[in-house]
Ligand binder design. Structure first.
Ligand code: NAD
Ligand code: ZN
Length: 356
């Protein structure tokens, strides 16, 4: 798949093992690899990699900062890395964000190939050109738009993810497929068993659908001033759940909680058919694995987290809501009382499903 961005057209392709092995044979002078991925694959897929070019990066959220990006720039400076040369990075969203930022600022931009290894990075973050770093106490406060030149997606990587990380990625896959087409819900219902079993053939279909859908938004509005905002569906509340749990809930699982919350509001507003909302929540509840605490679902905390996130001081909150006709719409008038009712419904639903 080719994706048009303002600065270039780049590619994102689902490839097989043979293809990855071929790419790894190229002479990259700097390869940034998620330390955990390297540990798992060093005697198999990564066994022939040139170790003298490898920089291992421990992918933890607290290291997704400017110092880590500058360390990569320093590595490039030390080997007199040239603008026309190409970096390779292998890892999940954290490795992507840190390397993308470094690749963008070093020498005003160097070429960059990315091999995403988490489902979240494969089905979502690898395209869209965002590079984000945490700064002060703010998540993703620093950032640029800088896409890789080439993205190679090898889906078998997901087999070694923890269940929490795998289901986090699947949360985004489910969200995209619910949003994208009328048959998305049917397809998810029919294939949930295979998806939960990490069946690569099924994942290929769903990842392709997710990326194709995202592509239409980012090509129209790469810099997020208009339609790309709709991709924030489930994220207004999702970010709040991440925050109140102190990032104990992985991103995609927080998005799942956010999606159920947003749909409760849509149903209460009579803009989403209740039967459809029930089908959706019965699908996505399968994607919650981390232990949840009742204290995270208090309205006051969630509302204040959203206000901080969106830098709002007004009484009303913004949210992207899902409509019966499969469309999405940005609303600016969500009242805290609506959030309260939605959160109550959510906690009852989670209790009924033994998730709380
Ligand atoms: N730039 C964007 O557009 C964008 C979009 C969404 C999220 N993000 C960012 O991505 C980050 C989350 O990324 P993520 O969910 O991809 O995970 P991650 O990069 O945080 O990795 C999660 C864990 O999985 C491990 N891991 C990675 N690949 C593995 C594999 N194949 N097998 C076993 N373990 C593996 C990592 O070492 C880490 O411990 C957040 O910082 C988020 O803000 C960025
Ligand atoms: Zn997301």
């Amino acid at each position: 798949m080719k994706i048009k961005s303002r600065s270039k057209t780049y590619s994102a392709d689902i490839v097989d093992r043979h293809h990855i092995e071929k790419i790894l044979k190229n002479q990259y002078r700097l390869i940034i690899i998620d330390e955990q991925v390297f540990d798992i694959y060093k005697n198999t897929l990564l066994k022939n990699i040139d170790l003298s070019s490898v920089y291992l990066f421990k992918a933890i959220e607290s290291r997704k900062n400017i110092n880590s990006a500058l360390t990569i720039c320093k590595k490039m400076a030390e080997i007199s890395f040239k603008r026309k040369e190409e970096l390779l990075s292998i890892g999940g969203g954290i490795v992507q964000d840190v390397t993308g930022f470094a690749a963008n600022i070093y020498n005003r931009g160097v070429k960059w190939t990315f091999i995403p290894t988490t489902l979240l990075a494969q089905c979502d973050s690898c395209i869209g050109s965002k590079t984000s770093l945490n700064y002060l106490s703010f998540k993703n406060l620093l950032g640029t738009f800088y896409a890789p030149d080439r993205i190679y997606i090898y889906l078998d990587f997901v087999k070694t993810l923890t269940e929490d990380d795998y289901l986090s990625g699947l949360g985004e896959v489910a969200k995209f497929n619910i949003m994208s087409a009328k048959d998305g819900i049917d397809l998810l219902e029919r294939n949930m068993g295979k998806l939960l079993g990490r069946d690569v053939k099924t994942l290929k279909l769903f990842t392709e659908r997710s990326l194709k859908f995202k592509k239409t938004f980012i090509e129209k509005d790469e810099y997020d001033f208009g339609v790309r905002n709709l991709l924030n569906f489930a994220h207004t509340f999702g970010h709040a759940f991440e925050k109140v749990s102190n990032y104990g809930v992985p991103h995609g699982q927080a998005v799942t909680l956010g999606l159920i919350t947003a749909n409760h509001i849509s149903v209460a507003r009579n803009i989403l058919d209740e039967k459809k909302a029930v089908r959706i929540k019965n699908i996505v509840v399968n994607l919650l694995s981390v232990p949840l605490k009742k204290t995270w679902f208090q309205t006051e905390q969630i509302v204040s987290a959203i206000k901080k996130d969106k830098k709002r001081s007004t009484a009303y909150l913004p949210a992207v809501l899902f409509l019966s006709n499969n469309r999405l719409k940005v609303f600016q008038d969500v009242k805290p009382e609506e959030v309260d009712r939605a959160l109550n419904k959510l906690t009852v639903f989670l209790e009924k499903n033994n998730k709380l």
